[in-house]
Design a protein around this ligand. Structure first.
Ligand code: HEM
Ligand code: HEM
Length: 266
């Protein structure tokens, strides 16, 4: 088994680049210096270090917070039946809202940390934020992956980082909706704090985007939840499926950071 790239080792990092398939469309001005156009690999069987510690920690903390937010958010929209006795004795919905707000604020801080890591982390840390949309090769690989997921291609390609379709899905169905969720969530929170609060001074503008209609902000905040729920279901299915059917490790990679390849064929 070959160690293609150990973290922090400049020689190994250079070797890792050698294993990347040269792409005819890799150069597209200065952007190609910051956006990796292709992470397709022709490596022999071996392992490559891909996801750094902070990114992996963020992934699992974020996944946990998403579950808490979806469950508590669902109950905010559709409250459980009233309990007998004084509301102040059990304060059920109050506690559900409190957990939602705390998890929402943690999610936002963690997301800012993830954006920071896109600047200081390795190439793969930028993949979910920057898509090489100008690259025809990248789009052809999106299509190829779509066919592979649809059982229409017999042999999958090998990737060091995210495959192009995963990258596209992570941007459109996670990064964009979570950003909108954070903005609308903080706007609703600001409204709850009062229109004369500093929260409202910072996030009140979000209502303007939705026609100064608080109900619309609620509705979109609710709708984005379902986008994230659908993403999570498909994402977990794809992670398990690819772990079994692809030519590389998936779930253990998000735990240890190392990608293992199952064969040394191209
Ligand atoms: C049991 C649950 C989960 C499993 C097994 C899982 C597994 C994985 C794996 C294996 C990857 C790396 C894929 C690759 O190497 O191309 C990944 C990445 C990712 N997952 Fe999950 N995931 C889970 C839950 C979630 C949830 C709930 C979310 C959010 C809705 C999420 C969002 C992401 C994102 C955004 C990435 C990209 C990471 C990055 O580049 O920063 N995951 N996940
Ligand atoms: C993935 C992230 C999130 C999900 C899935 C989510 C989900 C939900 C849902 C479904 C509702 C009910 C909306 C309705 O029908 O009226 C809700 C309400 C709310 N959420 Fe979120 N939310 C998320 C993030 C956030 C964030 C980051 C904040 C910011 C603190 C936040 C603050 C709020 C507030 C203030 C309400 C209104 C509570 C009320 O009217 O009693 N949410 N959320």
């Amino acid at each position: 088994m070959v160690d293609i790239a150990a973290p922090g080792n400049a020689k190994a990092e250079a070797d890792k680049k050698e294993f990347r398939k040269p792409s005819a469309e890799a150069k597209a001005g200065f952007l190609s210096d910051i956006v990796a156009t292709s992470t397709e690999t022709v490596s022999p069987a071996g392992k490559v270090f891909v996801y750094e510690g902070p990114l992996r920690l963020w992934h699992w903390v974020n996944a946990g917070l998403i579950v808490v937010l979806c469950v508590t958010g669902y109950f905010i929209a559709k409250p459980p039946p009233s309990l007998p006795g004084e509301a102040s004795d059990h304060f059920l919905l109050g506690n559900i809202r409190m957990v939602h707000f705390a998890a929402g604020q943690l999610l936002a801080v963690a997301f800012l940390g993830r954006i920071y890591w896109a600047f200081v982390g390795n190439d793969h840390a930028r993949q979910i934020f920057l898509l090489p949309v100008w690259s025809g090769k990248w789009w052809r690989e999106v299509l190829f992956e779509l066919k592979w997921y649809g059982f229409l291609e017999p042999t999958p390609k090998k990737y060091i980082g995210h495959n192009p379709m995963a990258q596209l899905a992570m941007f459109t169905l996670f990064v964009v909706p979570v950003t909108l969720q954070i903005l609308t969530g903080f706007a609703l929170y600001a409204e709850g704090q009062g229109t004369d609060s500093w929260w409202f001074a910072v996030f009140g503008w979000v209502f303007g985007v939705f026609g100064d209609n608080s109900f619309a902000v609620h509705t979109y905040h609710h709708l984005f939840m379902w986008v994230i729920v659908v993403f999570s279901i498909v994402h977990i299915y794809a992670a398990v499926r690819e772990d079994i059917m692809s030519r590389q490790s998936l779930i253990s990679t998000m735990v240890s950071g190392w990608r293992y390849f199952k064969d040394d064929k191209e």
